[in-house]
Structures are given as structure tokens and as C-alpha cells.
Design a protein around this ligand. Structure first.
Ligand SMILES: [Zn+2]
Length: 110
């Protein structure tokens, strides 16, 4: 019998990573990392707008991945570029690189 009541708190198997790029969010003023808070825990800067943008970028990246899977790299590249303009992340950069490679058709030079 499995005791499921023990699974309270961070799951070590998940690495604590949840939500839209939670690890990538940091305060634009003091660089303190934050999660799910409307104000910076260190300097008190209002972060709601940043959270909204990050959430929008996250959804754009997911749509971009879906476009890649659907065989539409042009659309994927557009969406990844839009996401990057809102909130630049390492995952977003990788996604843009993949989409750019897949949409490269006529490259000048060798
Ligand atoms: Zn701050």
C-alpha cells in the first residue's frame, strides 16, 4: 500500500520546477529571484506586469513548440521571436535557434 499523504512539499524528482519559467524570473531592479509574488521580496518593486509578460511569453513558447510538432517551423519561429521580445530565457533562445535552423532555406554562401 502506497502512502500518498507523505508527498507534501517539494518533490525531489521534479527539481522544484513548476509554472512558467519560474527559475528564470528575477527582479529587473535588484536582480533578486522571485516566484509567484506581486512584489519583489528584496526591494519591493511591483512585479505584476512582469509576471503577466512572462506568462504570455511562456504561452507563446508552448505554442511555438506545438507549431514545430505540427510541422510549421515558420510559425514556430514567429511565435518564438514574439516570446523572446517579451521575456528572454535560455529555453526561448534554444527554441529560436531550432526554429531558425528549420526555416533556413536559401542560405547565401557555401
Ligand atoms: Zn527587487
Amino acid at each position: 500500500m502506497v502512502d500518498e499523504s507523505i508527498q507534501i512539499g517539494p518533490d525531489p524528482g521534479q527539481g522544484g520546477r513548476s509554472g512558467p519559467d519560474a527559475d528564470d524570473l528575477s527582479c529587473p531592479v535588484c536582480r533578486a529571484r522571485f516566484r509567484h509574488s506581486r512584489a519583489c521580496p528584496r526591494c519591493g518593486t511591483e512585479l505584476t506586469a512582469l509576471m503577466v509578460l512572462a506568462g504570455r511569453a511562456y504561452r507563446l513558447r508552448r505554442a511555438s513548440v506545438a507549431a514545430l510538432r505540427a510541422g510549421d517551423p515558420l510559425r514556430a519561429r514567429e511565435l518564438a521571436d514574439q516570446a523572446h521580445a517579451l521575456h528572454a530565457t535560455d529555453r526561448g533562445r534554444r527554441l529560436r535557434a531550432v526554429a531558425a535552423l528549420l526555416t533556413r532555406r536559401e542560405t547565401p554562401g557555401p
